[in-house]
Structures are given as C-alpha cells and as structure tokens.
Design a protein around this ligand. Structure first.
Ligand SMILES: Cc1cc2nc3c(=O)[nH]c(=O)nc-3n(C[C@H](O)[C@H](O)[C@H](O)COP(=O)(O)O)c2cc1C
Length: 195
C-alpha cells in the first residue's frame, strides 16, 4: 500500500519560503516511500464558509453553498491523502485568509460527513520574517486537533525565519526541524501501515 501526502501552501507568493519548506518535506517523505503532491493556493479563489449549513443537509462531501470557486478539487485531494501538511506565511500574526477559508470549509464538510479526516497524519508549518510564528502554528494546529488528525512532533516547532523568497534556506535549524517532522510522519505512517 502506497502512502500519499498532500502539501498545501497558503502563500500567495509562488516559489516562496512556504513552498520551499513544503516541497522539502515532500522530498524527504519521498525517500521514505511516501508519494507526494504539492498544491499552491496562490492564484486560486477560495471563499470563506458562509455558515449556510447546506453541507449538513446534503451530506455528500460537497460544499453546496459555494460552487463557483476552487475549493472542491483541493478538498477532494485532502480526502484522498493519507498525510495532509499545510504551510502558511505569517500575515499580520496569522495564517493567510486563503488557507483559513479552505480549512474552515473542509473542516465543516468533513464533520458533516462523519469526519473524513479522521486518523490522517499531518501537521502545520509557519514562516515569518520576525514574529507571529507560534500564533500561526497554534492556529493551524487547532484545525488538526478538532478534525481528529494525528500530528507528530519534531525537534522544534515547525516554524522558520525568512523574509525574501528563498531566505528560508539560510535557517538551518528550521530545515532540520522540517526534516525531522517529515521523518516522523514517514516513520509513523510505516508503523501504522504495518500494524
Ligand atoms: C501582508 C503581509 C503580512 C506580513 N505579516 C508578517 C507578520 O505579522 N510577522 C512577520 O514576521 N512577518 C510578516 N510578513 C512577512 C512574511 O511572513 C515573510 O516574508 C514570509 O517569508 C513569506 O513567506 P512566503 O515566501 O511563503 O510567502 C508579512 C508579509 C506580508 C506580505
């Protein structure tokens, strides 16, 4: 059985620091036999949950309230993946609205359909120039924990210091942290698969 990982970048800057860390994570997972896919939300339009409750009526793993944006294909990839990793730059102390819009709707639709993300593995990554990493990391962790996913740790929190695109490659400790996070995801996936 091939384990699959989906990495979703909430950065509007394609090829930026968040993308670099997520791709590194997938590359590391690939060495452990995990098949990865990277999805960038840059340029995609994903509106926020309108609290219409239509998903609670339809219970067909869709968001019937909003059908004219890029939400559904990304959500379907999330449902298929065994591992979901999300990354965000810190924007004014929080995750990007694009990513939160996706997670709000995905979480609500999941819960309306018997918790579609139950026991998937994963975790968040946050990148910032100076401050707000831990708030953003915690903000994203909240989504994992209420949606019944399993999040391994690392040797530090999954946060990195960087401003200009590519600068994250200078943050050696962050790279080590992300490598260990990926190793732990792969290790856990192998344990669970062979259990
Ligand atoms: C609108 C905006 C808000 C930002 N807010 C913060 C912030 O609150 N704290 C911080 O340290 N950096 C902040 N930054 C800097 C980014 O987090 C940083 O440049 C990061 O490396 C961008 O990641 P990316 O290349 O993946 O987009 C902000 C950048 C933008 C564009």
């Amino acid at each position: 059985m091939t384990i699959t990982a989906l990495a979703i970048s909430g950065s509007p800057r394609e090829g930026g620091n968040t993308d670099i860390l997520l791709k590194r994570c997938l590359e590391r997972l690939a060495t452990l036999g995990v098949k990865g896919e990277f999805v960038s939300l840059a340029g995609k339009m994903i509106r926020g949950c309108t609290a219409c409750g239509a998903c609670l009526e339809s219970r067909d793993a869709t968001c019937p309230g909003i059908t004219d944006d890029d939400y559904q294909p990304v959500f379907e990839k999330m449902v298929k993946a065994d591992i979901i990793i999300v990354g965000s730059p810190v924007h004014f102390g929080s995750a990007t609205p694009e990513l939160m819009a996706l997670l709000d709707r995905a979480g609500y639709v999941s819960r309306a359909n018997g918790n579609l993300f139950s026991r998937k593995l994963g975790g968040p990554i946050a990148v910032a120039r100076r401050a707000g990493h831990n708030f953003t990391y915690a903000q994203l962790l909240m989504w994992y924990m209420i949606n019944d996913l399993i999040v391994p740790g690392s040797t530090y929190w999954n946060v990195a210091l960087a401003r200009e695109a590519g600068a994250v490659n200078e943050d050696k400790e962050a790279l080590e942290t992300i490598d260990r996070f990926a190793d732990n995801l792969g290790w856990l996936a192998a344990k669970l698969t062979h259990a």
